[in-house]
Design a protein around this ligand. Structure first.
Ligand SMILES: [Zn+2]
Ligand SMILES: [Zn+2]
Length: 490
């Protein structure tokens, strides 16, 4: 165990220095990021709209209206009235495929004022909010924009949804329910029933009209199902396919950064949050937070074993937001290994008893495993998004009809950013460099500024000009696009 600690110490020392270096370099060039930070600081000075808004900004587990935790008490949601004040208005629509009544909210996906990752993934404070404007029917699995739900599907599309999407969706919901299924009398055919609104009563219920609370369906099911449908029915609409893959990657990243809400870990989580709060009166960006966590983690004598595992889980979320997926995974596998190692827990067992320790270990393992799985999935969808975007640009070169000219630099930047997050540094460098040179009149895109920051970050990790194995094909695409942008400037 001692030996393992030393290795980790060395690894994390390295990470910390590197990450700080990256942060420093990125910040210099990253004017947009700076603007966001200023805006954030400005906002925090303004008067609060809700009594506990300030507290909620520091701790996303707190309701801004009543100040209590978001956790359910005895399975009851105590924030029904708070949510009325917090959330956009409710609307009711019918599923465009099976006709199920769905209750949802207007999903206003604006990212401007929120902190974003370098691929624009928004991380607003407060309870988990959607990353997409998609609406899903958990009964049949059809997921699409409200406008498309209203258009209704064709018979052929409905048959495909019923035969292909519906069973997969029910199984996925069951998987999420884990062990609680037996109590709930739920099967592979009706798993969607857990989302039925229990308050629909009286005449409505008599007429057999179930209402599903759509917003309670996890975002990753919503985004993945939309992508599956698009891949089946619009296989050449590459911008839509890229968008849905991108949303899915975000949805999985959100799982990795989601707060730990298990009551067994709450003491540790609260202790660490308190320390971070004192250090950062305004919520820090992930660079700053992870560097602080590394410092805390390094002293193995200062914090109890469980606190340190919680730190690792928090660090993994920050690293993933920054695009360091291997480091994010290292943190989580370290948790899994520690959970496995009996001797590490001997002292704690003597102190608080076998039963409690067993439960805490199981919960830590579950948290770490779920997040590791989500990191892999995030990678799958980032890769898809990069491929679809590349195809969209190739079609654009032939037809000139896919994008407006001022959308090109941002899309070139995004491919570079996705490749960077996939740790394909050679390819990422190639695309980011191209994006950094694609300036629009009046610097309209801003992508070139972000691209320069990300290039610096790659340089600090792997040096100048890493080799791109696909440089030949990439070069052909990029030189044509650069010409298009350049010509539009004249
Ligand atoms: Zn509340
Ligand atoms: Zn449906």
């Amino acid at each position: 165990m001692k030996h393992k600690n030393i290795i980790l110490f060395i690894i994390f020392s390295l990470y910390s220095i590197n990450s700080a270096f990256v942060a420093e370099n990125t910040k210099k060039l990253d004017k947009k990021h700076q603007l966001l930070a200023e805006l954030k600081a400005e906002q925090s000075k303004k008067k609060n709209y809700f009594p506990f808004e300030k507290e909620a900004m520091k701790n996303p587990n707190i309701c801004p209206v009543c100040g209590k935790s978001w956790d359910m008490v005895d399975g009851k949601n105590i924030h029904v009235n708070c949510l009325k004040k917090l959330l956009p208005p409710k609307i009711e629509i019918r599923c465009g495929s099976c006709g199920q009544y769905l209750s949802t909210r207007i999903k206003n996906i604006t990212y401007k004022a929120e902190l974003m990752d370098k691929d624009f993934c928004p991380h607003p404070h407060g309870p988990n909010r959607p990353v997409s404007n998609l609406v899903i029917c958990p009964k049949c699995g059809y997921s699409d924009t409200i406008a498309n739900h209203k258009k209704r599907l064709s018979m052929k599309q409905r048959a495909w949804v019923l035969n292909t999407l519906a069973p997969v969706t029910q199984r996925e919901i069951l998987r999420l329910l884990h062990l609680d299924i037996k109590k709930l009398n739920i099967t592979e055919h009706n798993a969607y029933k857990i989302f039925i609104d229990p308050t629909v009563t009286g005449s409505q219920q008599k007429s057999g009209r179930e209402l599903i609370i759509e917003s309670e369906v996890p975002e990753f099911i919503r985004t993945v199902n939309a992508l599956k449908f698009a891949e089946k029915f619009y296989p050449t609409n590459f911008p839509i396919l890229a968008r849905d893959s991108w949303y899915a990657a975000w949805a999985y990243r959100k799982i990795v950064v989601q707060p730990m809400t298990n009551s067994e870990l709450m003491d540790s989580v609260n202790r660490i949050m308190d320390i971070l709060e004192k250090k950062f009166p305004i919520p820090p960006d992930p660079e700053a937070r992870v560097n602080e966590l590394v410092v805390l983690y390094k002293d193995s004598t200062l914090y109890p074993l469980i606190d340190r595992q919680v730190m690792l889980i928090l660090m993994s979320g920050d690293y993933l937001r920054l695009g360091f997926r291997s480091w994010a995974k290292d943190c989580l596998s370290s948790v899994v290994n520690t959970v496995k190692n009996d001797s590490a827990w001997a002292k704690l067992k003597a102190k608080i008893g076998d039963k409690k320790v067993k439960m805490q270990r199981a919960i830590l393992r579950k948290n770490a495993k779920e997040r590791m799985f989500a990191i892999d999935k995030e990678g799958v969808y980032l890769k898809k998004s990069a491929e679809y975007l590349r195809k969209a640009l190739i079609v654009h070169i032939k037809t000139k009809k896919v994008f407006k000219i001022d959308e090109i630099p941002a899309n070139v930047y995004l491919i570079g950013e996705f490749e960077k997050r996939l740790e394909h540094y050679g390819r990422a460098y190639f695309w980011l460099k191209a994006a950094s040179k694609m300036q629009l009149p009046n610097k309209k895109s801003g992508a070139e500024i972000w691209a320069m920051g990300e290039l610096d970050s790659i340089r600090s990790a792997v040096g100048n000009n890493p080799i791109n194995p696909s440089s030949k094909t990439d070069n052909a695409i990029l030189s044509t696009l650069a010409k298009m942008v350049h010509l539009s400037n004249q």
